[in-house]
Design a protein around this ligand. Sequence first.
Ligand code: ATP
Ligand code: MG
Length: 393
Amino acid sequence: MREVLLLKLGEIILKGLNRNKFERQLINNINRRLSFIGAYKVTCMQSTVYVEPENGSDIGAAIEAVSKIFGIVSICRAARCEKNLDDIIKTAVEYLGGILSRAETFKVEARRADKTFPLKSPEIAKTVGGALHKAYPGLKVNVDAPQILVKVEIRDKYAFVHANPLPGAGGLPVGINGAAALLLSGGIDSPVAGYMMAKRGLKLHAVHFHSYPYTSERAKQKVIDLAKTLTAYTGDIKLSVVPFTRIQEEIRANCREDMFTLVMRRFMMRIAERIALSDNCGALVTGESLGQVASQTMEALGVTGGVCSLPVLRPLIGMDKEDIVLISRKIDTYEISIRPYEDCCTVFTPKHPKTKPRPYDAESQEARLDVVALIEEALANTELLNIEREDLI
Ligand code: ATP
Ligand code: MG
């Protein structure tokens, strides 16, 4: 008996002709993620991905890792056996003995992907169910709501037995919908925004604006740690760290105070768009949520987004802070986000920001600055980091 994982694919099996491309992307993502924890053979057949541990690699660690990979709806930890009823029954009795002996009700379902197998699915289920009942006489059959749902799958080369699958991360494999630049601050919202768009199949290039010496090196480290934590879901992330101090000082010296934040945000969008275009990204992603702060009123969002032509994706736009916090706890970014280092926006926040700005309010302030030169200077001094999963292990 050998233990393997069967990973069931979600929406990607609906994608018709693109299916092969989707499966290849998913397998690449799984291989890359598992390469950090051990040796595993990963193959795909009939819309199921098989993960087989090799050289004594840990199956538990593989479950933990694949549970965060988008494109998988459920994870079955299964016993592999020969394609004959005797071996299937023997395997089911032994492999599932632990949970079956503690349970009160069960049901067996069978699926025959190999139609040459001599018994039909209902007959397989009935025979295996009878044998389990005999081995564990305390068990009762419950077809509507069994505590343990035993599954027998007759596949290409082998049969598999498993029960009660674990939920997968859902979504689409990272990369199949292209790439986007994520404006990643040190706050709670933007890592969650990145997680949500990665879940829809986007690869991320994170862009962080750093205001050294107003913000410390530790503030930059915080963003690196956030990006590293996200890699469990997103795979490797490029992180561009843009020096933002000179732009902020120029704004403070030349612009009206109530427009500081918005002019600053427009610089961020323009610079992020340049970085996006240089790395084949088709959109920008921000952690903005309608009405959360003065710079996120409808008018302010219009003025901020008005400077770029790429689409701006704002997955948190309709979410309450509490719901955002719940996700940030789930993906382990919350504790990093609440580390108490200032971010560049809070250092330069005006006392009374304009909440209903028009584009002209920002444009008239920007006319006092050499916008092009400031952007070129920031880009020339941008530092590019590659954030990889292995750093965490
Ligand atoms: P967050 O919790 O993500 O910091 P926030 O509620 O503090 O968001 P703002 O400071 O107004 O909101 O920022 C709105 C969005 O602008 C952020 O979600 C992020 O996408 C982007 N942003 C803000 N500051 C930075 C920064 N220093 N570097 C990169 N992106 C930033
Ligand atoms: Mg912030």
